[in-house]
Ligand binder design. Structure first.
Ligand SMILES: O=P(O)(O)OC[C@H]1O[C@H](O)[C@H](O)[C@@H](O)[C@@H]1O
Length: 302
């Protein structure tokens, strides 16, 4: 299914150009969302009654082949410069491809009165990438988004082609925060991490990390992480599945000054908490084998 599709999309889902490039728009009472086909890149998820949970740069570049600054960049099949330290482009090619829309489904909410649970309306969207591996090894990928008012779930499936693969991948999520300096974290205390600002020096996290300067760390953490936002007065819980690492990144003022696709002060408005298989947490895939990297995001206002 692509932009020329004649297949009917469910009500609340439509294809439209956003910033001049093709996107899938979700507009249901429960939430709105925007997924660009370039990079299969979710740039916005606004649950009803909330501010956008994702931060996307007002200076982001939208063009085929260009990564978008913000939202959820899909990183792979390598992370940063890769395990060999010289793979290019940085963070792999998944985010530089135009993905095809594979399916879009709408699920209507229902109340499970016995269990006293209300399931809200949701949309499930899948995009795929085939025959796009520049190395010719036939690596393919699919991403599944489940989008609702109370959660967003993203699952990136990467399948090795004809050769074995040491896979690195990440959901490089830019969470929107009121002020990163007034943000507290929970879930990283005591973990071993590699500090990318100190040549990947191995360190142990003493207490929870304090956000007082640039951070670029690969934590040996595969469990839930909570971001407490003292300005927007809300908490975002990220629950990973089939990950091995959690990457924490914010360039702060000096780092942001080198990034042409974000305003100078914009580093204050986001925190990247990335669900990953990266560095010494890469996973080995035999030809044809698939890895499912997943994160669930839940937001609650206080
Ligand atoms: O600017 P990008 O290529 O999107 O990368 C942004 C950042 O991504 C990750 O978090 C890496 O750990 C950082 O080293 C990198 O600077």
């Amino acid at each position: 299914m692509d932009e020329n599709t004649t297949t009917e999309l469910p009500r609340g889902v439509r294809l439209e150009d956003v910033h001049g490039t093709p996107a899938v728009l979700v507009e249901i009472a429960a939430c709105t969302a925007v997924i660009h086909r370039d990079g299969a890149h979710l740039t916005s998820w606004v649950p009803d009654g909330e501010d956008d949970v994702l931060w996307t740069s007002p200076d982001a570049v939208y063009a085929e082949g260009e990564p978008i600054r913000g939202g959820i960049p899909l990183i792979g099949p390598w992370f940063g410069p890769g395990r060999d330290g010289r793979s290019a482009p940085a963070h792999g090619w998944l985010r530089r491809r135009r993905w095809d829309l594979v399916s879009a489904e709408r699920f209507h909410g229902w109340a499970d009165e016995d269990a006293d649970v209300v399931h809200s309306d949701s949309v499930a969207i899948t995009l795929g990438l085939v025959d796009d591996d520049p190395a010719g090894d036939g690596i393919s990928a699919q991403v599944h988004f489940a989008i609702a008012v109370d959660h967003l779930q993203v699952r990136l499936d990467i399948t090795a082609g004809s050769a074995p693969l040491e896979l690195e991948a990440a959901l490089h999520t830019y969470l929107s925060v009121g002020d990163v300096r007034a943000t507290r974290l929970h879930g990283l205390a005591g973990a071993r991490y590699l500090d990318n600002l100190q040549d990947l020096r191995e360190l142990t996290q003493d207490g929870e990390p304090q956000l007082t300067g640039p951070v670029d760390r690969v934590y040996d953490v595969d469990g839930p992480v909570t971001v407490h936002d003292e300005v927007l007065e809300r908490d975002i819980v990220i629950t990973p599945k089939c990950s091995t690492r959690t990457v924490l990144w914010n360039p702060w003022s000096d780092g942001a000054a080198h990034l042409s696709d974000m305003p100078l002060d914009a580093w204050q408005q986001f925190l990247c908490v990335e669900t990953a298989v990266a560095k010494d947490g890469a996973v080995h895939l035999e030809p044809g084998q698939t890895h499912h990297l997943q994160a669930r995001y839940e937001v609650s206002s206080r």
